[in-house]
Design a protein around this ligand. Structure first.
Ligand code: GAL
Length: 375
């Protein structure tokens, strides 16, 4: 037997079981079991963390951060999965790839988090926004990034990244507020003192970042019934949420923005609208460690926003069942609360929480369920 034949036969022998395995149909899932492994159609645990879901046509597209086994830095990019029933997901591959070009803002090894995609019916483009930290700079850059595609699953073309609304004051800062801002010096306060909190509330950090642009970290997108879209993100050193209106093409900020819960320290915003009221669930700021969810409501996206008690119920409700909010998906007349159970020591093994939102006394609650399915 010649060597070539031998090695080809051996290769075929070893390749066969793997090929057969990957072709084996995966058992159909009929329920959602939060916190467990969630295999895609090839049997691999879904790798789409900090994500969101786009409903387009008769298909749902789940976008999220690809996480590797040993680091949370972006080594691959944003992944996309598709499904007709929200239970069984097909891996569509990488929607937005990080770049090997060292001059790119999304160079491999950057931090690229919480991607969300919305569809613009006028331009017929799929618009992806995400939180971006430039490679090698920790969480200092605090930018958002924007990418665009002609098809939901991509490939997405990276457009730009930047801080938010440079040179623009929030809507509520009237000309009288300028006098208040003039009284705020950056060096007069000791962090975390009541005086400092009050100064943050009045705009201490907005003023500090006015020229260079406001910080932009944990984020989501929201498209309202009238087609206007909004970027909601942690700003001001994660102390204050900003809600910024997007331009009609969904690719830029329009320059109109408001602040929510100044100095309240909120991350991981997820939003939905029910019977005319806007509801937002957020987390506190404890990095990968879970904490107690917060909830806010408002009669208009521009506020006023009112805080309510923790909406979670059941075991570990005081730490969001071990997770952190990422998105709220409307499905028919239901809303699905999506969260991530982070596993920083092995990021790819992070798990998902998907739970239906119920209403109690007119307010949303999220009750833990081991297993459930869509009505
Ligand atoms: C979390 C945030 C995550 C990630 C992490 C890094 O609070 O929600 O998206 O940025 O911190 O520690």
């Amino acid at each position: 037997m010649n060597k070539l034949f031998l090695s080809l036969s051996l290769a075929a022998l070893f390749a066969l079981p793997t090929a057969l395995l990957s072709q084996q149909p995966q058992p159909q899932r009929t329920t959602i079991r939060s916190g467990e492994l969630w295999p895609d159609d090839s049997g691999q645990h879904i790798n789409a963390h900090g994500g969101g879901v786009l409903h387009y046509g008769d298909t749902y597209y789940w976008f999220g951060e690809h996480k590797s086994d040993w680091t949370s830095d972006a080594l691959v990019g944003v992944t996309c999965y598709s499904s007709k029933d929200l239970l069984n997901w097909h891996n569509c591959g990488v929607a937005l790839s990080v770049s090997d070009d060292s001059s790119s803002d999304i160079e491999r090894g950057c931090i690229l988090e919480r991607p969300k995609v919305i569809y613009n019916p006028t331009t017929k483009q799929f618009c992806m926004w995400f939180h971006l930290e430039l490679k090698g700079r920790g969480y200092d850059a605090a930018r958002y990034g924007v990418a665009v595609a002609d098809r939901p699953e991509g490939p997405y073309r990276f457009l730009y990244s930047q801080r938010s609304d440079a040179g623009i004051w929030p809507l509520e800062f009237s000309s009288e507020h300028q006098a208040v801002l003039d009284t705020l010096g950056t060096f007069h306060y000791q962090d975390w003192t009541p005086a400092w909190r009050e100064a943050v509330d009045k705009g201490l950090i907005v003023k500090r970042d006015f020229a260079g642009g406001q910080m932009s970290r944990d984020m989501t997108l929201y498209v309202d019934d009238d087609g206007k879209a909004y970027h909601i993100f942690s700003s001001e050193e994660n102390l204050t949420l900003h809600i910024a209106e997007l331009t009609e093409d969904y690719l830029h900020h329009s320059g109109r923005y408001t602040r929510v819960a100044p100095a309240g320290h909120n991350e991981a915003p997820a939003i939905f609208k029910h019977q005319g009221t806007y509801w937002m669930i957020t987390s506190g700021c404890t990095g990968w460690a879970p904490n107690e969810a917060r909830m806010f409501s408002a009669p208009s996206i521009w506020g006023p926003w009112t805080q309510h008690p923790n909406p979670c119920r059941g075991p570990k409700a005081e730490i969001t069942f071990g997770g952190q909010s990422t998105f709220i998906l409307p499905v028919g007349d239901q809303y699905i609360f999506m969260a991530d159970i982070w596993r920083p020591r092995r990021p790819s093994n992070a798990r998902y929480i998907w739970l239906p939102i119920e209403f109690e006394d007119g307010k949303p609650i999220v009750r833990w369920q081991e297993e459930w399915t869509f009505e």
